[in-house]
Design a protein around this ligand. Structure first.
Ligand SMILES: NC(=O)c1ccc[n+]([C@@H]2O[C@H](COP(=O)([O-])OP(=O)(O)OC[C@H]3O[C@@H](n4cnc5c(N)ncnc54)[C@H](O)[C@@H]3O)[C@@H](O)[C@H]2O)c1
Length: 338
């Protein structure tokens, strides 16, 4: 028998399919199930969700078994689970799985609070199971190409835009926890440094929570970074720019086009090239990385500590309450002249 995780008690023969379950059959969980059902070396045991309509959505997509709760899923025998239930349940579900020595991939953000996130991390350490956090953007091939282009470069600044319309179903979090946490993770990953200064500007134009956020950061390594995110843009846009001493790299995370400017000359001229970008589905690459960490016991691509660190920065950004947007703060209607 070969150990499957860091000191895990759950073991299997190397050639045996890993028995994996999904907790939560919502938008993300159904996608987890779809991807897991197609991965070699994986047996998708089933999906757990209390809502029959959501369980049906998962079976329509993957024809897998479904269960009304985590206990029923665990009773079938699972070595690993992915948790895609609402964020406020991550803590309770992750601790229950870890207590049964089950490896866990938990969707981002790791938990609702830093304390809960830390409890999940220490429980996984004590149990010797793999814990990974689903910061899926790291597995976007355009992001991977940017990371490769800036490797070994002296990074000066990073700008990230992640905007779009309101999501169809509003959860109880604003844009910082829902969207900016992706980019906080990217800034920490690109710079391989901690964020030490945070200057947030938040506004709530339509939603109760912040729906516009302009966030500025400084990392311990001295990099300046900003995130522009909102739910008030009629179309989705996701872009990253990184200025280094030797290059300027621009990436569109949706069209997956990544371009670098380099060879700056004193006369202001420079060269430009498009970089090769892969075609992998980010979620597939993320789940493969998780299962690889489970099989080898190696540190997972996005550790629990990293998930907690990004959540901590996002929560620091929220310490200043959101102000009403400009139009709400204005007294009376704007005068139209002419
Ligand atoms: N990585 C990403 O890009 C990304 C994108 C969207 C959402 N997420 C994260 O994924 C998680 C789920 O988000 P979603 O958009 O799929 O939400 P969702 O509301 O569509 O799905 C959540 C599902 O969990 C189910 N659920 C509720 N209680 C449960 C329980 N006790 N056990 C099992 N299932 C339970 C609900 O019935 C629902 O089907 C959140 O943490 C969210 O932040 C990540």
């Amino acid at each position: 028998m070969k150990s499957m995780g860091a000191g895990s008690a759950v073991q299997a023969e190397p050639k045996e399919a890993l028995r994996v379950g999904v907790v939560g059959a919502g938008v993300m969980g159904s996608n987890h199930a779809r991807v897991l059902a197609g991965l070699p070396g994986v047996h998708l045991v089933g999906v757990a969700d209390p809502l029959p309509a959501h369980r049906k959505r998962a079976t329509d997509l993957t024809d897998c078994r479904t269960f009304a709760g985590l206990d029923e899923l665990i009773a079938e025998g699972v070595q690993a689970v992915t948790i895609a239930a609402p964020t406020h349940l991550h803590h309770e579900i992750a601790l229950a799985a870890i207590a049964r020595k089950i490896h866990v991939l938990v969707e981002k953000p790791i938990a609702s609070t830093v304390e809960e996130g830390r409890e999940i991390v220490s429980a996984a350490e004590r149990a010797g199971v793999t814990l990974m956090v689903g910061h899926v953007e790291r597995f976007n091939p355009a992001v991977a190409a940017i990371k490769q282009a800036i490797s070994g470069e002296d990074i000066l600044s990073i700008g990230i835009t992640r905007v779009g319309p309101f999501p169809p179903r509003m959860s109880n979090v604003g844009v910082v926890i829902d969207l900016a946490v992706h980019d906080i993770d990217l800034i920490r990953w690109f710079t391989e440094s901690d964020i030490v200064e945070v200057q947030p500007q938040l506004s709530s134009a339509v939603a109760e929570r912040e729906d516009i956020a302009l966030l500025q950061f400084r990392t311990a390594s001295g990099v300046l970074a900003h995130i522009n995110t909102n739910w008030l843009t009629p179309f989705k846009a996701r872009s990253v720019t990184v200025a280094t001493r030797g290059k300027y790299v621009m990436g569109d995370l949706l069209t997956r086009q990544v371009t670098e400017c380099f060879g700056f000359k004193p006369d202001g001229s420079y060269s430009m090239r498009h970089l090769p970008v892969g075609h992998d589905e980010p979620l597939r690459a993320e789940l493969i990385a998780f299962l690889d960490a489970v099989r080898t016991g190696n540190v997972p691509a996005v550790s629990g500590d990293e998930g907690v660190a990004s959540l901590e920065i996002a929560i620091r950004c929220l310490e200043q309450p959101a102000k009403p947007a400009a139009s709400a703060a204005r007294k009376g209607p704007r005068r139209i002249v002419g």
